[in-house]
Design a protein around this ligand. Sequence first.
Ligand code: S3P
Length: 439
Amino acid sequence: MNALTQRYTVMPGGALKGRLRVPGDKSISHRAIMFGALAEGETEVEGFLDGADCLATLAAFRALGVQIETLGAGHVRVHGVGLHGLTPASGPIDLGNSGTAMRLMAGVLAGQAFASTLVGDASLSRRPMRRVTAPLAQMGARIDATPEGTPPLRIHGAETLRGIDYEMPMASAQVKSALLLAGLYAQGKTCVTEPAPTRDHTERMLAGFGYRVARDGARVCLNGGGRLSGGKVVVPADISSAAFFLVGASIAPGSELLLEHVGINPTRTGVIEILRRMRADIDVIEPREMSGEPVADLRVRYAPLQGIDIPEDLVPLAIDEFPALFIAAACAQGTTRLTGAAELRVKESDRIQAMADGLSAIGVAAEVQSDGIVIQGADAFGGGVIHSHGDHRIAMAFAMAGLRAEKQIEIVDCANVDTSFPGFVDKASAVGLGIGSSL
Ligand code: S3P
C-alpha cells in the first residue's frame, strides 16, 4: 500500500449509533509481547492489537529468537525464553513507526550480552531518543545515535548495568518503562521518579508476571536479577482508539454509542475527564478488572459542548487523545485553551502544528503556542483537504470532524492508521460515519 496516496473521503453530517469494540490497547499489547518473551514459560495474549506497531514488536522478538505463534485474530502465544534467553538478530531490527517499541526495546537490549541496531520509518527517525539513551548510559549502557540524538540506535550490549535513581525531566511512560526494563538486568536497585503520573501498564504487568515493583508516591523501584513467569494476558480495547468515537458521538446530534470493554486505567482516562468538563454525556458502565487492568463499557450520547481551559495536570493522562479533543474543541461553544503540552510536538508528527493546519483548512480558528493551542469553537465549519503527515491520530481525528462539517473532508496520507487501528474505516462506517478510503 502506498502510504502517501491512501486517502479518506468523509461525507458531511451523520450520527454515530450502535455498539462497537475498538481494537486492543497498543501500550498493553507491546508490553505483553515483551514481558511474555522475557518470561519463563508460555504467555497467551488475547485481544492483542494486530496493528503495525505491535506487529513490529512481535517481529522484533522473533528476530531475537523468540517463538511466537499467531493463533487467530488478536490471539498470540509467546514461548518465553527467560531474561537471558534472547539471541542476536541477524540484522537491524525495523520498528516502523513505533516510538514505544524503540524506546522500550532500547531498555531491553541494553541489558543483553550482544549488540543490536534499531531502525524506524521517516517519522520515527526524527523522534528524540536521548531521553532514553542518556539515562541508560548512566546505567552503564553504550548506545550510539545520530548527532541529533535520533535513530538508528546502535546498542553495544555486553555491559554490566547498574541501577540508578532517576528523576525524569518529562512525564514519559516510555522512558520510565525503558529504565525499568533495563533495571531487570542491572545490579542493585533501579528507581524512576515521574514529574506527573504517566501510564503504569509496565508496573502492573511486571507485578502480573510475578516481579516485585515498589511504588512510593511518584517513585517506582525494582531490583535487578529476578525472574518473570508467563501467564495469560487479556488486553482491553484501547481508550486511545475509543477516544475518536467518544468525540464523534459527543459532537454529532442524535448519536448514542456503546463502546465495549474499554481499558479505563486511571492513568489513561484524562480524555473522559476533559470531555466531561466540556459537558459531554459519558457513562462508565460495569467497571471490572481484567489481567490487572480496569475495564468498562462506555456509553456516550450527543451533548452540546463547552470550551474550557484544560488543566495541565490532565495533560499526561490524555497525551494521545489531543488530536481528537481538538475536534471536540472546534465544535464547542467558546474557547478551549491547552498549555503544558509541548510533548505533543514530538509525537508521530508535531501534533500541535498538524492539527492547527488542519483546523485552519476547514475554517476553524486555532492559534499555535509553544506548548499548546487556543481553539475557537465554531457553530459550523466547512470541508477541505487535510494532510495527516502520516500520523494515524491526526487522520482519525479529522475523520470525526466530518460529522459536523458542511462539506466533504478529504484526508491524505492515511495508511498509518493501521499502526493503531486496523479496520478503522469499516468499524467507523458500521456505526454511521460516512467514510470511504481510496488509493
Ligand atoms: C506510551 C507512552 C506515551 C504515549 C505513547 C505510548 C507507552 O508516550 O504517547 O503513545 O506505551 O508507554 P511518552 O512516554 O513519550 O509520553
